[in-house]
Design a binder for this molecule. Structure first.
Ligand SMILES: *[C@@H]1O[C@H](CO)[C@@H](O)[C@H](O)[C@H]1NC(C)=O
Length: 201
């Protein structure tokens, strides 16, 4: 359901104020009590597996929190969620996407098997489709068992599926069979596994 423009901008303004407050408070706390903030962030990230990678220590990500770049990204995520067009059981948006061969197609084109993954690789901000295809090729090295497609540069799939930073869906026959919570905090690939296993039994 799309919101009328004036209401959308009011909501965006509200979200902007909330995010600004969150970042300002976070920044102050991080400056005054770096040890305590570190403890809390580490406790939260334990659940997500972010701390499981031995090459990825707190010093790599902790100090980047509450920066200007962090602010813009979080703002983008929450603004995008205002335009979430998906609901479990409802029609799946058939957004245009790009195959890694460069050919344009739509999300529904990948539903012959009854399901499709939406993969979200976060490298640098993609300035053009070439950057984006390049980033997506990294996934192919891991031999995914499903087709990989990327959003077009209009980012319509990302927008309508409220997919930032990452999100899992299971689509079947044009409908949304499963809608996951947004990652990384509430990202549950095991739920997708359960849905798919039930589907194949
Ligand atoms: C789509 O996202 C990319 C970053 O991944 C950004 O550079 C680009 O400006 C976005 N396009 C639109 C139309 O917002």
């Amino acid at each position: 359901m799309r919101m009328p423009q004036p209401r959308l901008w009011l909501k965006r303004l509200w979200v902007l104020l909330q995010v600004a407050l969150h970042v300002a408070v976070g920044k102050v706390l991080l400056t005054l009590f770096p040890g305590r903030v570190k403890q809390q962030l580490l406790a939260r990230s334990q659940k997500t597996g972010m701390t499981m990678n031995p090459h990825f220590s707190y010093d790599n990500w902790g100090p980047t929190f509450f920066s200007i770049q962090y602010f813009w990204f979080i703002l983008k995520v929450y603004w995008q969620r205002l335009e979430d067009s998906t609901e479990q059981g409802s029609l799946a948006p058939n957004c245009p996407v790009v195959c890694l061969s460069g050919q344009r197609c739509n999300i529904w084109d990948f539903m012959q098997d009854g399901w499709a993954f939406k993969n979200n690789v976060n490298i640098r901000n993609h300035r053009n489709l070439q950057d984006r295809l390049q980033a997506a090729r990294l996934l192919l090295h891991r031999n995914p068992q499903c087709p990989v497609v990327v959003d077009t540069m209009k980012n319509q799939s990302s927008q309508l599926y409220a997919a930032l930073p990452k999100r899992l869906y299971v689509l079947q026959e044009g409908r949304i069979l499963y809608k996951g919570e947004p990652g990384p905090w509430n990202y549950h690939p095991e739920e997708v596994r359960a849905v798919l296993e039930k589907l194949h039994n």
